[in-house]
Design a protein around this ligand. Structure first.
Ligand code: SF4
Ligand SMILES: [Zn+2]
Ligand SMILES: [Zn+2]
Length: 301
């Protein structure tokens, strides 16, 4: 297998090209920077909060943003500590090490501070699938953290595989509204309390982000969450990988379908978003899902 640019030995072949080490790194960064430019994800002078789990994807994103944007933009790393023993404590150590190396400030926000309880405690209550509550609290807290840091944008390292999973999950749940909030620039509603989310890796696959992190010396260990696999996402993730193996380009097509639907709905009048009566953050219901969890935990105590 030869690099399509220089003819040297290729190390990867995907829909984004068959490339040697040097040209793969260049193509990876070009795709990221083009996505940022095309969707106007980061403007000069904006403050960018990067959601940083301490995993290979978020550390690669931090590396690229530090490399290309640190000069003109303030960047802050945000980590959510769910309170899962033997899992998040390890990735927090890795996150700190790389933030120091790249010269980026970091902040940690925990479920314990938000709800008074850790995820381990919430899971021990055995009320439904742990990932359901965990997802609600993480989305809430990451937005809170971005706002707390006065960030203009919240960057996440969601890649093509993650986004294809999101689209399929919304399709299965018949939630077109939610699906059109996906994409490189999330959110159709301009809302002061909601920090726009940006996904510079949305056109790069899991295999590519993994290779890019390795080639840049990011040795983030993969520690699986002990509650992983319970969720709906696990099933969707396995299915989409199987599709991709049998029908190359499936993930890209799923994401492109979502982008086309989003584009065709762009002029639709967006419904006003209510505010949660407890915390004031955007919510479709009177009380947001995160506050509902907080209230139920207070009762369970
Ligand atoms: S696997 Fe589930 S419980 Fe674990 S961090 Fe992810 S969403 Fe939370
Ligand atoms: Zn090459
Ligand atoms: Zn609320």
């Amino acid at each position: 297998m030869e690099c399509e640019i220089c003819g040297n030995d290729a190390i990867i072949s995907t829909n984004n090209g068959t490339l040697c080490t040097e040209h793969f790194k260049k193509r990876f960064e070009d795709i990221t920077l083009n996505t940022i430019k095309k969707y106007k994800l980061i403007k000069k002078g904006e403050k960018v909060a990067v959601a940083n789990s301490g995993g290979k994807d978020s550390l690669s994103l931090l590396y690229i943003l530090a490399k290309y944007f640190k000069k003109n933009n303030e960047i802050v790393s945000i980590t959510i500590d769910e309170g899962i023993k033997g899992y998040r404590d390890k990735t927090i150590e890795i996150m700190k090490r790389y933030c120091d190396e790249y010269g980026i400030k970091y902040k940690i926000y925990s479920y314990k501070d938000l709800t008074g309880k850790t995820m381990d405690y919430i899971a021990s209550l055995k009320k439904g699938i742990p990932c359901a509550a965990c997802g609600v609290l993480r989305r809430y807290l990451i937005n809170y953290a971005a706002k707390d840091n006065k960030a203009d944008k919240l960057a996440t390292a969601h890649n093509l595989d993650d986004e294809a999973e999101n689209v399929i999950m919304n399709l299965v749940q018949n939630d077109v509204e939610k699906m059109t909030r996906l994409g490189a620039y999330s959110g159709v509603v301009k809302e002061e309390e909601f920090i726009p989310r940006i996904k510079p890796f949305i056109f790069l696959g899991e295999k590519e982000t993994m290779l890019y992190s390795m080639l840049n010396g990011i040795d983030a260990i993969h520690t699986p969450c002990p509650y992983a696999g319970y969720g709906f996402r696990g099933l969707v993730s396995r299915s989409i990988k199987e599709f991709e193996t049998k029908y190359s380009g499936s993930k890209r097509n799923v994401v492109n379908t979502m982008l086309n639907v989003k584009e065709s709905r762009k002029n639709l009048k967006v419904k006003n978003v209510n505010k949660c009566i407890q915390c004031g953050f955007p919510s479709v219901k009177e009380i947001c899902e995160a506050c509902k969890i907080k209230i139920s935990l207070q009762k369970a105590y």
